[in-house]
Design a binder for this molecule. Structure first.
Ligand SMILES: [Zn+2]
Length: 368
């Protein structure tokens, strides 16, 4: 319809019939983006790259997705920005710069595309399904497409895959099927692959827990799937990052052995790949999960150190709110993590920081 209107308008304005047609906008963008992707992955010149220009053109600047289909392997893909003959993919140094130059981006996109992650393991994310449900960790940490072990596989419950955190959603495959990426406001993005019945999205703003699609066997962009599941991958500052040590739904994901091995920890409760994990929701940035590395209850003290009287206990796996931190007696926790930092809890009692998983060894709420 818009095209027809445009024809009538140009007729009315009397554009000379012999005017040379403007160079087609698409090919210039596609050529530049394809070249950039091939250079990044060191692929040969003829390797297929599927470029989908979602908005704009080579004159005004463009935005879209670029995917290297995976065949039997999983695909790789990026959001791209193009302006004045230059292409930047997510994770490229110029990506944030070009985000300010492409006019078809929304203010929200400019904001999230320029956000950077903090140097710790806090994600602010739940597991990507309903709170309280228990799903199978059908695959522990494994690679997305030859990169780091950025991903886990999940299946079970009602099969409804939900956003792990709020953000802006994009379909990645040209078909619009199977693969969604949600770009968050904290430097992280999450990928959801093999979905069936997924939402259509080009920058759609989502809240934590919004519906993305159902677990499935979709391989629109490549890969293999035997048995409905979601392949859930973590990206940090525009690139896949090892998911080891990051927490979702208050489960700390741990890699071990080969691809698809590994386990998840909720406090001292361990669930191996093949077992179920319950979604306990987001761990707040000033919260900790009690992890005594054995499951015993943790003594709360009236001050920061074991010389202070015991003022109660808190169970392994419980979530605590941290008010501030201070130096105290030194202790050793899981993996030999040693620290003399103690955390003051919301009820005024204190616990050693080595028995709390917060995602960082730094004070999460500042020093007292
Ligand atoms: Zn997977």
């Amino acid at each position: 319809m818009a095209f027809a209107t445009l024809l009538i308008l140009t007729g009315t304005l009397g554009v000379p019939a012999h005017a040379a047609p403007a160079p087609a906008a698409g090919p210039a963008v596609e050529e530049s983006v394809s070249r950039q992707v091939r250079a990044k992955l060191r692929l040969e010149k003829t390797h297929p790259v599927k470029v989908s220009v979602r908005r704009g053109d080579s004159d005004s600047g463009a935005f879209g997705t670029a995917v290297v289909p995976g065949g039997t392997e999983l695909p790789q893909g990026w959001l791209f920005l193009y302006s004045d003959g230059r292409t930047a993919l997510e994770g490229d140094p110029d990506f944030a710069k070009l985000a300010t130059k492409v006019p078809s981006l929304s203010d929200d996109e400019k904001r999230v595309f320029t956000s950077r992650s903090a140097p710790d393991y806090r994600t602010g994310m739940r597991l990507p399904f309903a709170l309280g449900q228990s799903w199978y960790l059908t695959g522990g940490p494994h690679t997305m497409a030859g990169g780091p072990r950025s991903s886990i596989d999940l299946a079970g419950g009602d099969g409804r895959v939900l956003a792990a955190r709020g953000g802006l959603a994009y379909t990645m495959c040209n078909s619009g099927k199977g693969w969604l990426r949600v770009v968050h406001d904290n430097g992280f993005s999450t990928d959801y692959y093999h979905l069936e019945g997924n939402i259509a999205a080009d920058g759609k703003a989502l809240a934590e827990g919004d519906f993305l699609g159902n677990i499935g066997n979709d391989v629109s962009c490549g890969g293999r799937s035997s048995g409905k599941h979601v392949h859930f991958a973590l990206r940090r500052d525009g690139a896949y990052t090892p998911i080891d040590h990051y927490a979702f739904g208050k489960w700390v994901i741990r890699a071990s052995g080969s691809d698809y091995d590994g386990y998840a920890l909720h406090g001292s409760t361990r669930r191996d790949a093949g077992q179920t994990i319950q979604n306990h929701g987001v761990l707040g940035p000033r919260q900790g999960i009690v992890d005594t590395d054995g499951g015993t209850a943790l003594n709360r003290r009236s001050g920061p150190g074991t010389s202070n009287p015991v003022a109660g206990t808190v169970a392994d796996g419980e979530t605590v709110d941290i008010v501030c931190s201070a130096p105290g007696t030194e202790h050793a926790g899981r993996d030999g993590y040693r620290s003399s930092m103690w955390d003051k809890l919301a009820d005024g009692t204190w616990v050693s920081d080595v028995y709390l998983w917060t995602g960082t060894g730094e004070p999460v709420a500042g020093y007292c």
